[in-house]
Unconditional design. Structure first.
Length: 613
């Protein structure tokens, strides 16, 4: 006999017991359901009828009061509407008498109702409010109360009957439950005892095999399953013994290779000069390299010591990157050097740029996160030197450039003498180049202030419409010369925002100037306002050549210009605009499709939420 057949026979007593339990449960539930149904049939409809009669009687009495105060039409309509409802529910009650004394209470209710109708017929034809009020108090009101009390009596009688029947049903249910529990326990005990005995006999060889598997799992590669059974279990035991023998041979041949691979892996991360921390899926520290041990104070031999000895700023960065990777958002890539965290050391301040990579298993997905802290101290210092050089050059350019602009302006205005047409053309071209150079110098100075943290925001409440109009006005002449339609869509009912108007005008002006410059002749530039998510959104759209998708991610980088596009500037405008918007606590972006124009947008919070530039 096969193992399957033995197991099926072993489960037969339990199946019989479950069948018996099912039959007992079905009969019990049917009896309880019939008891509840009797309560609904006998009393619930009478309770509902009595309640509806009371409601209709109250509305009829209200109609009589409307007649007394002179609202005869409304009173007659309400009485005519409610009287048939009362009659219908009274008929229902008379046809549903099920309790002792209910017939007498229903007859009394019918008697009082008819008396109330007779009084109502005498009352309605009367004239004069005083007469109606007197008749209502002496004749109609007492009969109203008598009728309502009779309805209350019918209601109370049926409610009491429902409570009594519910209590009886509860006692019956309790008794049946005890009987059911006793029967179920007895049936299950008998079925389980018989099934357990048969199953134990059928699975005894499996117990021997299971013990051998347990020993093998604990590392005992000499464990073997000594089973005398035939059939599937005998074949399984033979296969297990063969597997254990192969594992023993494999362990002897592969253990050295595994240890060497682990040692090589540790040596690889120890060779990295930057700190590396490996986290588990639960957030604990699994491994570190020697650089992390020296910089972070986490021991390689005690990796379970967590990050308790790491400085608070660096610990916050590690936990943030770890949470990003373990949440399934993919690798963590910093946006720029502004995310570098400063760490004090005996050699001076060090700057680390965090990067995170998930660790995957073949079957279980993300099982950990590797965080690398790239040492960008030298790059950071080179960047600071570059910024200092840019600021110095811009400051040195400013004075001679101012003198040069003044000299060219005086010549163009012919203060020092008349000019020929050729001379005027050359000087006008020189003045345009000076103005463009002045714009570059101003951008460089703004950039140096932003990078050094010296950008000051003078915040005040201002209307978004005013910001748009003031920023767009200087470019209307240029747009008209280029035959570009410059249109604004304003929102007069929009709340005022707290911003630095001059800085926001720089952002808007830069976007509008770019849109006008890149729009074709006969094109259209739109400046619009929108509101949502606690922020005001400014949008500048054009129908120019658009920005290729591969350049959109870097369009706000410093000194970056789209190849092949004559921007006429140093590529700083959008970068400065981004820094100003972020200093206000907002965001900036672009949506563009090549050949279909571009839409630049930025937001500022409705309430003040500024950050340090």
């Amino acid at each position: 006999m096969t193992l399957r057949s033995r197991l099926l026979i072993a489960q037969l007593p339990l199946a019989l017991a479950l069948g018996l339990v099912g039959v007992l449960a079905v009969s019990t539930l049917r009896e309880l359901g019939e008891g509840g149904q009797r309560i609904l049939q006998d009393n619930y409809r009478s309770v509902l009828a009595a309640q509806r009669m009371k409601d209709a009687l109250e509305r009829i009495d209200s109609g009589a009061l409307f007649v007394a105060i002179g609202e005869r039409k409304q009173g007659y309509e309400q009485i005519a509407q409610q009287q048939p409802l009362f009659e219908r529910e009274l008929d229902v009650q008379q046809s549903n008498v099920t309790e002792p004394g209910e017939a007498e209470a229903t007859g009394e209710l019918r008697s009082h109702w008819e008396a109330y109708l007779e009084a109502l017929e005498r009352y309605l034809p009367l004239e004069g409010q005083e007469t109606l009020r007197a008749r209502y108090l002496t004749d109609l009101a007492p009969r109203f109360h008598a009728t309502r009390n009779a309805a209350d009596a019918v209601l109370a009688l049926n409610q009491d009957a429902m409570v009594a029947k519910s209590e009886e049903l509860r006692r019956t249910s309790k008794r049946i439950n005890m009987l059911t529990i006793t029967g179920v326990l007895a049936a299950l005990l008998a079925g389980l005892t018989a099934s357990a005995a048969l199953t134990r006999r059928a699975l005894h060889p499996m117990a021997v095999l299971s013990q051998a598997v347990r020993r093998l799992g604990q590392g005992d590669l000499e464990a073997r399953a000594q089973v005398a059974a035939t059939g599937e279990i005998g074949q399984l035991a033979a296969d297990f013994n063969a597997m254990a023998e192969r594992l023993r041979v494999y362990r002897e041949s592969s253990l050295g290779e595994l240890l060497q691979a682990q040692s090589s892996s540790q040596a690889a991360i120890d060779s990295l000069p930057d700190p590396v921390v490996v986290f588990s899926a639960e957030g604990g520290v699994l491994n570190v390299n020697r650089a992390a041990e020296q910089r972070l104070g986490v021991s390689v031999e005690q990796v379970d010591a967590s990050l308790a000895h790491v400085g608070p700023e660096l610990r916050e960065v590690l936990e943030r990157v770890r949470a990003h990777v373990l949440s399934g958002k993919g690798p963590y890539i910093p946006r720029g050097y502004e995310e570098a965290v400063r760490v004090e050391s005996g050699e001076g301040p060090l700057f680390f740029l965090p990067r995170g990579t998930p660790v995957y298993a073949e079957t279980s997905g993300i099982v950990g996160a590797t965080v690398l802290l790239q040492d960008v101290t030298r790059l950071k210092r080179f960047d600071e030197l570059k910024n200092d050089l840019v600021a110095t050059v811009a400051h040195e350019f400013r004075t001679p450039l101012t003198s040069l602009r003044m000299a060219i302006h005086l010549c163009v205005e012919e203060v020092v003498g008349p000019l020929t047409t050729k001379q005027a053309d050359l000087l006008n071209a020189a003045r345009e180049d000076c103005e463009r150079l002045q714009k570059i110098v101003d951008d460089l100075l703004d950039l140096s202030r932003i990078q050094s943290g010296q950008l000051e925001l003078h915040v005040r409440a201002v209307s978004p419409d005013e910001l748009v109009e003031e920023a767009v006005a200087p470019y209307r002449g240029t747009a008209q010369e280029r035959q570009v339609d410059l249109v604004t869509f304003l929102s007069p009912d929009m709340d005022r925002v707290e911003v630095d108007p001059e800085r926001i005008s720089v952002v808007l002006g830069n976007l509008v100037a770019n849109a006008v410059r890149h729009s074709p002749e006969g094109g259209r530039v739109e400046v619009a306002l929108a509101k949502g998510d606690g922020a005001v959104r400014f949008e500048v759209s054009d129908n120019g050549p658009g920005i290729p998708h591969e350049h959109q991610a870097r369009i706000f980088d410093r000194f970056y210009r789209v190849p092949g596009v004559d921007g006429g500037a140093a590529g700083l405008g959008l970068s400065i605009a981004r820094d100003i918007v972020r200093a206000h606590g907002g965001d900036i972006g672009v949506m563009s499709e090549e050949g279909k124009g571009s839409r630049f947008w930025f937001t500022v919070p409705e309430r003040r939420g500024l950050v340090t530039a």
